[in-house]
Design a protein around this ligand. Structure first.
Ligand code: F0G
Length: 446
C-alpha cells in the first residue's frame, strides 16, 4: 500500500500539539508527517499477504486459516500448541490469567509496559534483571538485551520459589533500545531455569530481528540461517507470547504458543472468556492467513538485512553529528538519550517527552517517550518512577518509509541539536490515568 503524507506549518503544529495536551498519542494521524510512534501494526503487507487475505476461511470453529497459521508457527518456532489472540497484550492477559497470582514475582529483562501492566494489575511484581551495560548508552556491548544471571539468582534467593511462576525474556529487548539477547545468554537462562524447575517465557514480538543480530554478532552462529537460529532460540523457551504486529508484519494479531498440552487446556478457558473460540481468538480467518505468510517473510535474511540497515542509516547519521543515541543501534528503532540531549531540563519535567514534543513541532515527526511518563508511578508510594534511561524512540515501520524519509528525520533532529541550549523547561501533568498513563496523559508547559 502507498499512502499520501502531508506537510504542515509550525503554527499549525503548535496549535495541534497544545490541543492534544502535549501528548503525541492524542494527535490524529493526518497531523503527522512522518510517523515513528511505533513499528507495531504499521508495516506494509506484501503482495503474498494480500493474496492470502483473499483465501481466509471465516468458519467459527476449525477454520482452515487457523491450521495454516498453526503449521507456520510449528515450522518456524517449533511449538505444538497454540492459541490465537487479537494482539500481544491479549496473549499476556490470557496466559497470565492462568499463571500469575497476587504476590507473585516475575523476573525478566526490561518487561515491556503492557507485560509489566498485566503483572502489576494482578498485584504481582516485575523485577528487571537486564545487564547493567544496557543502561549506559555509550557502552558498545553487542547484546545489551541480555539477562544478568547473577541478578536472576538473586531474585530466587530473595523470594520463595513458589511465588515465581516463570522467567520472561523479551527478544529483542524493546525497552532497553531494541537490543538483542545472545543465544549464549538464552541458553544460560534456560539452564538456570531448569535448575530451579521453572518455565521460560519468550515475549517474542521481535524474535526475528533478535535472530538477525545473533547471526551477525555472535561468532558461533555466523554460518547459520535465520530459521536455524530461531529454532535454536526457541529450544530455550517453554512458551511464548507474540505480538504479530511486529515481526509477523500484520496490522493486527497475536498468539500464545507452548509445549505443554496441560497449560494449553488451562489457557483455553481464559481465551474463550476474553478473546474468542480457541481456533480464532479474536482474529479473522483472513488475518490468520496474512500472519502465516508474514512469519515466513519476517524471517527472511535479505528482508531483515534491508530493514535493520535502514535503522542504521538513520542512527549513523545522528552519531556523525554527535547526537546521543543508544549504541549499538537497535533492531526496530533509534533511541535518543534525552538526558544527554537536554541535560538542563529537570527529569521531574519529563525530559524525553520534552524532546519528543520538540521533534514534532520542528518537523511533524512523531516519536514516543520511553521514560518517566511511560514508567508510571510506583504502585505503593505513587511517586514518579525514574527509569535508568530517558529515551525518545523513533520506531521505523516495516517496508513503509525510504531512506529519504530517514534523512528528513535526521536533519530535523540536527536542527534541534543546534539550538538545544534554548530549551530549558519541560512539562507538568494535568491529567493521568492510574495505570499506563502515557497513552492518555495531558500535559501543560512549565
Ligand atoms: N511485548 C513487546 C516487547 C512489545 O513491544 C509489545 C508492543 C507488546 C508485548 C504488546 O503487544 O501491542 O500487540 O498488544 N509494543 C508496541 C510498541 C505497542 O510500540 O513497542 P501488542
Amino acid at each position: 500500500m502507498v499512502e499520501p503524507i502531508r506537510l504542515s506549518t509550525r503554527e499549525e503544529r503548535e496549535k495541534w500539539m497544545s490541543e492534544a495536551g502535549y501528548n503525541l498519542f492524542n494527535l490524529s494521524s493526518d497531523k503527522v508527517y512522518i510517523d515513528l510512534l511505533t513499528d507495531s501494526g504499521t508495516g506494509a503487507m506484501s503482495d503474498r499477504q494480500w493474496g492470502a487475505i483473499m483465501t481466509g476461511d471465516e468458519s467459527y470453529a476449525g477454520s482452515r486459516s487457523y491450521y495454516r497459521m498453526k503449521q507456520a508457527i510449528k515450522d518456524i518456532l517449533g511449538f505444538d500448541y497454540i492459541m490465537p489472540t487479537h494482539q500481544g497484550r491479549a496473549a499476556e492477559n490470557v496466559l497470565f490469567s492462568a499463571l500469575v497470582k497476587e504476590g507473585d514475582v516475575v523476573p525478566g529483562n526490561s518487561h515491556f509496559d503492557t507485560t509489566k501492566g498485566h503483572i502489576e494489575f494482578r498485584k504481582a511484581k516485575a523485577i528487571d534483571c537486564t545487564i547493567n551495560e544496557a543502561f549506559d548508552t555509550e557502552d558498545m556491548h553487542p547484546f545489551k538485551g541480555n539477562v544478568d544471571i547473577k541478578k536472576l539468582e538473586q531474585v530466587f534467593e530473595t523470594y520463595p520459589h513458589e511465588k515465581i511462576p516463570f522467567i520472561i525474556i523479551t527478544v529483542t529487548n524493546n525497552t532497553a533500545g531494541g537490543q538483542p539477547v545472545s543465544l549464549e545468554n538464552l541458553r544460560a537462562v534456560k539452564e538456570f531455569a531448569r535448575s530451579v524447575n521453572k518455565p521460560v517465557l519468550f515475549d517474542s514480538a521481535r524474535f526475528a530481528e533478535n535472530a538477525y543480530f545473533i547471526k551477525v554478532r555472535e561468532n558461533a552462529c555466523a554460518e547459520m540461517s535465520i530459521r536455524e537460529i530461531v529454532r535454536e532460540m526457541y529450544k530455550c523457551a517453554d512458551m511464548m507470547t507474540m505480538s504479530s504486529k511486529k515481526d509477523a508484519i500484520v496490522n493486527i494479531g497475536g498468539f500464545i504458543a507452548m509445549n505443554s498440552e496441560e497449560l494449553w487446556k488451562q489457557v483455553s478457558v481464559f481465551n474463550i472468556i476474553y478473546e474468542g473460540y480457541i481456533t480464532y481468538g479474536g482474529m479473522a480467518g483472513r488475518d490468520m492467513e496474512a500472519l502465516a505468510v508474514g512469519l515466513e517473510e519476517g524471517t527472511d535474511f535479505d528482508y531483515l538485512k534491508s530493514r535493520i540497515t535502514q535503522i542504521e542509516h538513520l542512527g549513523n547519521q545522528l552519531i556523525t553529528w554527535g547526537i546521543p543515541i543508544q549504541k549499538p543501534i537497535g533492531g526496530h528503532a533509534v533511541f535518543i538519550d534525552a538526558v544527554k540531549f537536554l541535560p538542563q531540563v529537570p527529569r521531574e519535567q519529563y525530559v524525553a517527552q520534552t524532546l519528543a514534543v520538540e521533534l514534532y513541532l520542528e518537523a511533524g515527526i512523531r516519536g514516543v517517550e520511553i521514560g518517566t511518563i511511560l514508567a508510571d508511578r510506583d504502585p505503593e508510594t505513587r511517586a514518579d518512577r525514574f527509569p535508568p534511561l530517558e529515551l525518545v524512540r523513533l520506531a521505523i515501520p516495516r517496508r513503509v518509509y525510504t531512506n529519504n524519509h530517514m534523512d528528513v528525520v535526521a536533519v530535523a533532529l540536527k536542527n534541534i541539536w543546534d539550538r538545544r541550549n534554548s530549551i530549558s523547561k519541560g512539562y507538568k501533568i494535568e491529567y493521568e490515568a492510574p495505570i499506563m498513563r502515557h497513552f492518555t496523559v495531558k500535559l501543560s508547559k512549565v
